[in-house]
Design a protein around this ligand. Structure first.
Ligand code: SF4
Length: 296
């Protein structure tokens, strides 16, 4: 839209949408700025003084950085947020269901450390209780992951699935109550669409009426709907995100789709599964592991 500045993380800048990416919008003269975080967008929007929109994408960790300054009254009214935030647990439930449907064994869960630092390790207590799955909250250093695997194996050997917290130097059982309370003051959970996967109940966040001033969806009448071409033909991002396929299952992996020319979300982000596989050999060790785990 004419005159509106759009702020986005570098991760989503090249993400292909149904009508191109933000990068192509910028190449056509669009007013797009890449920012490291919402605070940068606030600073810039104050100087810009005109209508601007922050593309609010991510999970529990990133929504905190938006909800907190809005709740604290630090966000100018000319800066709106397009909330496409998603919650981790409904996505994980869907992945567990998908494994069951496909008959793919799932022996345990390494719960996400940074998300858990916000919502608390206890948020995953339902995994061993409901699904009988050993669950360990882990950090991101190599020794965190190795220790988490050891803890999962111990639970499996003992036959006693339970919740354990390997990342206790960062993650508290109750999480960051102060931060999460602000999120739930500003946003409320809604049923939300996941690209290529479908609608998952209570898996998204929308602005509550009291904070409508910052809601870009209301301001500009934006409704995000599934489209027939939501994934490029042949792209297996949905299955990969659910853990029931690996990048080499995709006919485009490292042929049409590469880190420098991504056609799916899993290749766009540095943290995307396809990008990681491409960077570290595109098969080999990871493929052997997947075969051993019965995924391939
Ligand atoms: S290689 Fe590209 S097209 Fe294939 S699943 Fe990954 S992101 Fe999608």
């Amino acid at each position: 839209m004419e005159g509106i500045r759009v702020y986005a993380y570098g991760d989503v800048y090249k993400l292909p949408g149904t009508k191109g990416s933000l990068a192509t919008a910028k190449a056509r003269g669009g007013n797009v700025k890449v920012v490291y975080g919402f605070l940068d967008a606030i600073k810039d929007a104050k100087e810009y003084g005109k209508e601007s929109v922050f593309f609010g994408v991510g999970f529990e960790t990133t929504v905190v950085t938006v909800a907190s300054p809005i709740y604290d009254g630090k966000v100018p009214k000319n800066l709106k947020v397009l909330s496409v935030y998603r919650l981790t647990a409904p996505g994980l439930d869907k992945a567990i269901e998908a494994h069951k449907d496909k008959g793919i064994p799932l022996d345990g869960i390494i719960a996400p450390g940074h998300v858990s630092s916000v919502i608390g390790a206890n948020a995953w207590r339902y995994l061993p209780e409901k699904y009988g799955l050993p669950t360990v909250v882990a950090g991101f250093e190599p020794y965190d992951v190795i220790l988490a695997v050891v803890m999962l194996l111990r639970q499996m050997l003992e036959g006693k699935p339970r919740l354990e917290n390997e990342y206790s130097r960062v993650v508290r059982p109750e999480g960051n109550v102060y931060a999460w309370r602000k999120v739930l003051e500003v946003f409320e959970p809604i049923d939300a669409y996941w690209r290529g996967i479908g609608v998952l109940p209570k898996s998204g966040l929308k602005f509550k009426d009291a904070y409508a001033t910052w809601d870009a969806a209301r301001e500009y009448g934006i409704e995000i709907k599934p489209t027939p071409k939501e994934l490029p033909p042949g792209c297996k991002c949905a299955e990969i995100n659910l853990g029931i396929a690996v990048p080499t299952d995709c006919p485009h992996f490292k042929t049409r789709c590469t880190p420098s020319n991504p056609i799916g979300a899993c290749m766009v982000s540095d943290e995307g599964t396809c990008a990681i596989w491409a960077k570290f050999g595109g098969g080999g060790f990871l493929e052997d592991l997947a075969k051993e785990a019965g995924i391939l």
